[in-house]
Write a protein that binds this ligand. Structure first.
Ligand code: ARG
Length: 366
């Protein structure tokens, strides 16, 4: 029996990875967690239901482009098993009219060493999304005797988990930024809630974004669950909708991170990187002024790249400025046409979840 699951960071040589699927994707109905998270001016406000089939097919085509690039380079690619996402769901604590999708896997699965943990997402519509990955988890479990198959404590997601009417529709962008700066988010602290994509893994250190999808209680939970790691809460005050760290703060290799110039890591949180001679450079401007239609994310998916090894990175094909910058930073750039998958939840990094990268758990901040 072989070792199948092993990954400690986002840059070691990638050998096996999960790539999401757009099938049956739904724009979820509003719920306490999401009504506050869909930007007020978004065309998606108040609209929900199955996404148009043509966009699903096109999104899947984009993901196939990525699969091909990976397989051509010898990376093993695994795919989830989509559910009928437009089913209503219920638990003893809540009911929701629909689920969402199995995109992007990065939000749901956190790989740390030989463990893959399903996260404790704060969106009710994502409560059962992990089921799409359970067949793969069983396969890894059968084939890799060291694989640790884990589920984080499931949040109850009752109304007590959210601050109601917290973001009034009329609230200005400036006011949102003040709240981000004050670390005042829509979730409460009644239980740990976190999305896997808020966690940046760097060997012995986990940098976790405190924002709309991950709360403080989650940070405490992580530190107790992984006592041998250092857990750092990070904030990016320039982001009015802080959800997921991977369009904000993206490591390319040991010693080098690109940071969204509108969402700079505060001075006091930079200290640990500076003390250890890490370089934080401002990411290049996105090539687009607007995200594609029906997209939750910002144009900064431009920096949401997938590092294949410390010298090689996949960047979205239309993001020419980001490609140019990567090239100058000494990376070999592989372009991948993926933009029409963005509406399903994210870019190249989001669309994947690590299964195996070579390498071990190192201390990058001794
Ligand atoms: N909040 C980010 C932005 O709009 C998008 C992050 C998407 N990442 C993800 N793992 N789904 O800039």
């Amino acid at each position: 029996m072989a070792k199948i699951v092993n990954s400690w960071n986002d840059w070691d040589p990638l050998k096996r990875v999960i790539v999401g699927r757009c099938d049956n994707s739904v724009i979820p109905p509003e719920e306490p967690a999401t009504s506050e998270k869909v930007p007020v001016d978004s065309e998606m406000r108040g609209m929900w239901g199955l996404r148009p089939l043509a966009t699903v097919e096109r999104g899947n085509e984009c993901l196939e482009n990525l699969v091909k690039i990976l397989e051509d380079r010898g990376v093993v690619v695994d795919r989830p098993t989509p559910l009928q996402w437009n089913q209503a769901i219920g638990t003893p604590d809540f009911r929701n009219d629909s689920m969402m999708t199995c995109m992007p896997p990065r939000d749901i699965l956190l790989t740390i060493g030989s463990e893959i943990m399903a996260s404790a997402n704060s969106f009710r519509c994502r409560y059962f999304e992990y089921l799409a990955y359970w067949p793969l988890m069983k396969q890894y479990f059968d084939e890799d005797p060291e694989f640790k198959w884990t589920q984080a404590p499931r949040p109850r997601l009752t109304d007590a988990s959210y601050k109601h009417n917290y973001y009034d529709e009329k609230i200005s962008l400036e006011e949102r930024l003040v709240r981000t700066a004050n670390k005042d988010f829509v979730t409460t602290e009644v239980e740990p809630m976190w999305d896997a994509a808020d966690v940046m893994r760097m060997g012995k250190d986990l940098f976790i974004q405190h924002g709309l999808t991950t709360n403080r209680t989650a940070m405490d939970w992580f530190q107790r669950y992984y006592p041998e790691y250092r857990v750092h809460a990070v904030n990016f005050p320039g982001d009015p909708y802080p959800i997921h760290i991977d369009a904000t703060f993206v490591p390319l290799r040991p010693g080098l991170i690109i940071n969204n110039p509108h969402r700079k890591l505060p001075e006091e949180q930079r200290a640990i990187f500076e003390a250890n001679d890490w370089q934080i450079v401002e990411a290049a401007q996105p090539a687009h002024d607007e995200p594609p239609a029906l997209c939750y994310s910002s144009v900064w998916l431009s920096m949401n790249c997938l590092v294949l090894d410390p010298k090689t990175v996949i960047v979205e094909a239309s993001e020419v400025y980001q490609q140019e910058q990567m090239d100058k930073l000494g990376m070999n750039v592989i372009p991948c046409d993926l933009r029409d998958a963005y509406p399903f939840g994210g870019g190249l990094h989001c669309s994947t979840a690590d299964v195996y990268r070579e390498g071990e758990c190192l201390d990058y901040f001794p």
